[in-house]
Design a protein around this ligand. Structure first.
Ligand SMILES: [Zn+2]
Length: 428
């Protein structure tokens, strides 16, 4: 199936070249290239299913200790973890973790059959999670789903995608390659069970995701490893109770988190990395249209349930516009990062690159390039908006500092002036 897709794309490109060649026009360029995994060597998302109370008791303290790791909880009303302690999940959400949907009753979706019943299990339960957490002080947008027992079919997938932009299934090695577009309603995950995996095996999977090791000798029938990948891990409970085969010891998951950070992986929620990954396939294929002083690039949002904000770290080919090219979104300039890349907003749906006007000081870009200090950053901005890593708007800030009343963790702050904006990841 993949092979067919490739040859089709190749064929289409050839056809374009020929027809443009004949008419003497040049092909529209694709000037934006997303930097893989937000500038990290690879990525990992730890997901925890079934809303078990021991997640709040035993995992939350470990997450609080390690502000570089944020995870995803797929909630269900099966069992009593969510019903008994919605405040515990609200606190996890407020600390920057993602809350996703794992159905109301955790039944077998493929044997439900009726759309009404599926709607109740999937769509209404997503609304219910949002409402319950809001009642407990957490503003959450449920955007990710995980199928119970990893069972789905076309009918189930279509109802999931009407309310979520991504679905986690399970199985196999759980790695996703940067340049191979996955089926968004069928993302694979590596499953932890005490009987099915060892801690060493999990640590080694984190090495593979970070492309650490020599993969040349791999047998040709094995999955070839060609670079850093996104590893998705499926966990359930967190407890020392050895009788629970699905659970992992707190000390072991702590070791695994720490190894992810040692390996410099981007350890972020499933929906956060999934949105970055999904956005890249769209924006890297977007073509430019010439304007009288530069060009614009527009693209479409692939699913309306993407996060409200999806910051993308990209390189932009501005050569055709010149050295002093100005990059703008929504009428606001975006200053480059110190390495010349830009952090743009995917959800803005377009971007323009233009020459500076005559009296226009040739962008803050040249100063930002040499002096990326926080001081000069703060000067021009009048509005600072605080987001969690899932793109939920939390409130405002005075500068690139997270206000003290927010829990410790990682946040995104978007700064705006009349004609400038800058998005930055910040710690509190
Ligand atoms: Zn489950």
């Amino acid at each position: 199936m993949n092979r067919n897709k490739h040859s089709f794309v190749k064929g289409a490109v050839t056809a374009c070249t020929i027809s443009f060649g004949l008419t003497g026009l040049s092909m529209a360029a694709t000037p934006i290239k997303t930097i893989p995994w937000n500038g990290h060597v690879g990525a990992v998302s730890f997901t925890f299913d079934d809303a078990l109370e021991n997640q709040i008791q035993n995992l939350k303290p470990l997450l609080d200790e390690n502000p570089n790791v944020h995870v995803t909880f797929f909630l269900t009303n099966m069992g009593d973890g969510f019903r008994k302690n919605p405040a515990g999940y609200a606190a996890l959400a407020n600390a920057g973790n993602e809350i996703g949907n794992h159905t109301d009753s955790h039944g077998h979706l493929t044997s439900v059959g009726s759309n009404d019943e599926l709607d109740k299990e999937i769509v209404k339960f997503a609304d219910n999670i949002e409402k319950t957490l809001a009642d407990n002080g957490a503003k959450v947008n449920v955007i990710s789903f995980a199928t119970p027992f990893c069972e789905s079919n076309d009918q189930v997938k279509s109802i999931i995608s009407s309310r979520h932009f991504i679905n986690r299934n399970c199985g196999w090695h759980g790695r996703n390659e940067w340049d191979v577009e996955p089926e968004w309603m069928n993302i694979m995950a590596k499953i932890w069970t005490r009987s099915g995996a060892t801690v060493d095996e999990m640590l080694s999977s984190l090495d593979t995701a970070a492309y650490i090791g020599n993969f040349e000798g791999a047998n040709p029938w094995e999955v070839q490893v060609k670079g850093g990948t996104w590893l998705v891990v499926l966990n359930h409970g967190v407890t020392d109770d050895q009788g629970d085969d699905y659970a992992i010891n707190p000390a072991d998951i702590k070791k695994i988190f720490e190894h992810a950070i040692e390996n410099k992986l981007w350890a972020a929620p499933f929906g956060t990395i999934g949105a970055y990954y999904r956005a890249h396939f769209v924006i890297d294929a977007a073509t430019s249209t010439d304007t009288n002083n530069g060009f614009t690039v527009s693209w479409k949002i692939p699913n309306e349930h993407m996060p409200a904000s999806v910051p993308l770290r990209v390189n932009i080919d501005t050569k055709s516009v010149g050295e002093k090219a100005i990059v703008e979104q929504d009428g606001k300039k975006i200053a480059p990062e110190s390495d010349g890349s830009y952090i743009i907003e995917f959800m803005s749906k377009s971007l323009s690159v233009r020459k500076p006007n005559e009296n226009e000081s040739s962008n803050d870009s040249s100063t930002a390039l040499t002096k990326p200090s926080v001081k000069t950053d703060n000067k021009a901005y009048t509005k600072f908006t605080l987001f969690d890593l899932n793109g939920n708007r939390l409130g405002t800030a005075n500068d690139f500092t997270v206000p003290a009343n927010y829990p410790k963790g990682t946040y995104i702050i978007r700064a705006e002036s009349n004609d400038n904006s800058k998005t930055k990841k910040v710690q509190r």
